[in-house]
Design a protein around this ligand. Structure first.
Ligand code: AMP
Length: 213
């Protein structure tokens, strides 16, 4: 099964993708994670995207489509979760072509619905474990009092450079201008599965499970 997790920044795509990886042996393909890795590695491409990402803008279609193309070559296990990709109509068309080339199908597009106020709260309170990527939230899921990640025991926690009010404003603008048209695009293809992303993590997880059948 190959699926897309679609939703604005802070909708919980990364958190839910991690559950799908554990529960269904799927492979998470997060273009955001790939771009952050490129940035941290100091590669030429990393240098190009760093400023774009810091400002909350989208990097070029060419770069992200290239990253996804490379990853589709590898093992697919229980299928791919596209997390944060596609973000433009051109990326959606490119994904359709890539999947067709590989003889693969797109089985569902889970649209995670949340309101803007919740997004701002989630993003400004968000941190992750530097070792395993477990996601924490200062209000709903604080980092353990002993300073050790509940998942892996790691003791370094990170906050994303673009999880600040200014970048977030631009990221939301990009989402509404360039990514939200994908909701209609996938609805027309009969692939859209809307899920309420506002509840507790387990409720959202159950909503996704029932949407995927
Ligand atoms: P994310 O981790 O998905 O929130 O992505 C973080 C940042 O990486 C975004 O704000 C964009 O600058 C960039 N990015 C991630 N995925 C894409 C994509 N599919 N298309 C363009 N830019 C992307």
């Amino acid at each position: 099964m190959n699926i897309i997790l679609l939703g604005p920044p802070g909708a919980g795509k990364g958190t839910q993708a991690r559950y799908l990886v554990d529960d269904r042996d799927m492979i998470q393909l997060s273009t955001g994670d790939m771009l952050r890795e490129a940035k941290d590695s100091g590669s030429e491409m990393g240098k190009i995207v760093a400023e774009v990402m810091a400002g909350g803008n989208l990097v070029t279609d060419e770069i992200v489509i290239g990253l996804i193309r490379e990853r589709l070559e590898g093992d697919k296990q229980g299928g791919f979760i596209f997390d944060g990709f596609p973000r433009t109509l051109a990326q959606a068309d490119a994904l359709a072509a890539l999947l067709e080339e590989k003889g693969e199908t797109l089985d569902a597009v889970v649209e995670m619905q949340v309101d803007d106020e919740a997004l701002v709260e989630r993003i400004t309170a968000r941190s992750t474990c530097g070792d395993c990527g477990e996601v924490y939230n200062d209000i709903t899921k604080p980092q353990p009092a002993d300073g050790k990640c509940g998942n892996c025991g790691g003791s370094e926690f990170k906050r994303r450079a673009d999880d600040n009010a200014d970048s977030l404003k631009q990221r939301l603008m990009e989402y509404y201008k360039k990514t939200s048209p994908l909701i209609g695009y996938y609805y027309a293809k009969g692939a859209l599965r809307p899920v309420n992303g506002l509840g507790e993590i387990d409720e959202v997880k159950a909503g996704i499970a029932s949407a995927l059948g």
